[in-house]
Every structure is written in structure tokens, then in C-alpha cells.
Write a protein that binds this ligand. Structure first.
Ligand SMILES: NC(=O)C1=CN([C@@H]2O[C@H](COP(=O)(O)OP(=O)(O)OC[C@H]3O[C@@H](n4cnc5c(N)ncnc54)[C@H](OP(=O)(O)O)[C@@H]3O)[C@@H](O)[C@H]2O)C=CC1
Ligand SMILES: O=C(O)C1=N[C@H](C(=O)O)C[C@H](O)C1
Length: 244
């Protein structure tokens, strides 16, 4: 993988997939503040009204094969857009950081297959708080055999998938600890993302709660991972592998 070298070191060339969305806009704004990364292309599903915004060339997904060289794609789109960006990264020998949720089993299998050829990181949640919550949930589940485990998630009304990717990932942690989680979803107003995990037995209850109030936490985590992933050998990475 090639990256341009500047006075300040290596600049990672990034493609943002899902650029017109809530997460895409946060990523573009925060990437512009970094001197170790440069966004070289922005892609969304629809034909963009302007071809270049703030020096970044925009492409419609169907024109994506004409994008310039990049080291890593950051994908926050929808499940319907995932196959296209995974295929482009494999074709260009570029890394992929994906936060897209609602992927099918077949898409997960394609991701694992691509990881034999390129470095890939797919995470339902790029916040540090949820990384810690995941560990707490697994520990609580393991320490509380036989307790009920319920995961309640709340998001904005535009969110398409339910339960959220984070709720399912927390559920997998609970299952790893031996629990059998149940899920409930709420869609209301502009809630950024809330996850509530409750362990209940007769006469007592433990409640673990994470509230995201700003999408910048996810965008910062994804940008951090994107600056590190291109240097890695092909494989399937977790967020925690790239935190140090
Ligand atoms: N892992 C994490 O930490 C987080 C994950 N997410 C996930 O990120 C994703 C995006 O969320 P959000 O920004 O709120 O969503 P938005 O609906 O605001 O944006 C979706 C973006 O994806 C593009 N898109 C949709 N379909 C396609 C397609 N078929 N091909 C190419 N591009 C497509 C849209 O383009 P257009 O506007 O032209 O339709 C738009 O740019 C969701 O899956 C969400 O669950 C969100 C926050 C944090
Ligand atoms: O769609 C969102 O907004 C979010 N999606 C992710 C999920 O499905 O878990 C992460 C975050 O909660 C925001």
C-alpha cells in the first residue's frame, strides 16, 4: 500500500463512503482537522449536486470505480451500499474501516473472505465507552448465571436497522458470558444512540447504561483506526487492536 510522505510524516489517503450522511459529514469535518490524513474522495449513493466540496472530489456510488488512489476507505453507509465498497477496496488493495450496521450473514462472510487479502475492521460502535461496556456486560453475564438479561436500545427516527448493531454486539458479549439476551428497540426524535443492559433476578437488578450525545465520538474512533489500519497485514481487526 502506498501513502504520500510529507514533512510531518505519512499522510493516509482516505475515501469516505456514505459522505452525505450524518456520520459522513462528521467524518469529513473531523478529517479536515488532522495532519496525518487527507480525504481524497467522498462517495454517496445519489449523484452529488457539486463535483468538488472544500477541495474533496465527490462521486456517486455507481461512478466509484473512477475514484483516485486511496489507502483506506471509511464506510458509514447502509447495508445496500456495503458490497460495493468492500469490492472496491479488494480491487484496489486498500484497507476498509466499516461502521455500517444491519449487514446480512452473507455480507459478513464476504467481509471475512476479503480479510484474507486486505486489512479490514468492522465495528458496530466506535466509541471508547461502548468498548468498556462490552467488557462489563460479558463479566456481569458470567457472574450472574440464571439472571434475565435485557438489552434496550434507543435511536433517532431515521435509523433503518433494529435491533441496532451495538445491541446485537452487546448481546453477543452477554451470550459469551452465558446469558440469553432479549432485545427491545425505540425510535424517537434525534436520539444519537443509547444502550441499556439490565440483569434481573428475584429481588434485585443491575443496570448498565451508555448514552452517546454526539456522533463525533464515533467519527474520531473510525479516523483513528483508519490512520493505523493500512500499515497492517491483511486480516480481520477489532477496534481494540488499533487503540494503542
Ligand atoms: N459503528 C458506529 O460507531 C456507528 C455506525 N453507524 C452506522 O452508520 C451507518 C450510517 O449512519 P448515518 O450516517 O446515520 O446514515 P445516513 O442515512 O445519514 O447516511 C447514509 C449514507 O450512506 C449512503 N448510502 C446509502 N445507501 C447507499 C448505497 N446503496 N451505496 C452507496 N452509498 C449509500 C447515503 O447516500 P445518499 O445520501 O446519496 O442516499 C448516505 O451518504 C448506519 O449503518 C448506522 O447504523 C452510525 C453511527 C455510529
Ligand atoms: O444508526 C446510528 O445512528 C447508530 N448506529 C450504530 C448501531 O447500530 O449500533 C451505533 C450508534 O448507536 C449509532
Amino acid at each position: 500500500m502506498t501513502s504520500s510522505t510529507t514533512k510531518t510524516g505519512t499522510t493516509i489517503r482516505i475515501l469516505i463512503h456514505g459522505a452525505s450522511g450524518r456520520m459522513g459529514q462528521a467524518l469529513l469535518r473531523l478529517a479536515a482537522e488532522r495532519d496525518d490524513a487527507k480525504v481524497v474522495a467522498a462517495v454517496s449513493r445519489a449523484q452529488p449536486a457539486q463535483r468538488v466540496v472544500d477541495g474533496v472530489p465527490y462521486f456517486a456510488a455507481k461512478e466509484m470505480h473512477g475514484v483516485p488512489a486511496f489507502d483506506v476507505a471509511i464506510d458509514f453507509s447502509l447495508a445496500g451500499g456495503f458490497d460495493g465498497i468492500l469490492g472496491l477496496c479488494a480491487e484496489r488493495d486498500a484497507a476498509l474501516v466499516s461502521g455500517t450496521t444491519g449487514l446480512s450473514d452473507a455480507q459478513r462472510a464476504a467481509l471475512e473472505s476479503a480479510a484474507t487479502r486486505i486489512p479490514v475492521l468492522s465495528s458496530a460502535n466506535f466509541s471508547l465507552g461502548v468498548a468498556v461496556l462490552s467488557e462489563l456486560v460479558e463479566r456481569a453475564a458470567a457472574a450472574l448465571p440464571g439472571w434475565d438479561c435485557d438489552i434496550v436500545e434507543a435511536h433517532h427516527v431515521h435509523k433503518k436497522d433494529a435491533p441496532s448493531g451495538t445491541a446485537l454486539a452487546l448481546g453477543a458479549c452477554a451470550e459469551h458470558g452465558g446469558a440469553s439476551p432479549r432485545y427491545a428497540s425505540l425510535r424517537a426524535g434525534d436520539i444519537v444512540g443509547e444502550h441499556f443492559v439490565q440483569f434481573t433476578a428475584a429481588g434485585e437488578r443491575i443496570e448498565l447504561n451508555h448514552r452517546a450525545t454526539n456522533r463525533d465520538i464515533f467519527a474520531r474512533g473510525a479516523l483513528h483506526a483508519a490512520t493505523r489500519l493500512p500499515a497492517r497485514v491483511p486480516g480481520l481487526y477489532r477496534l481494540r487492536d488499533l487503540l494503542a
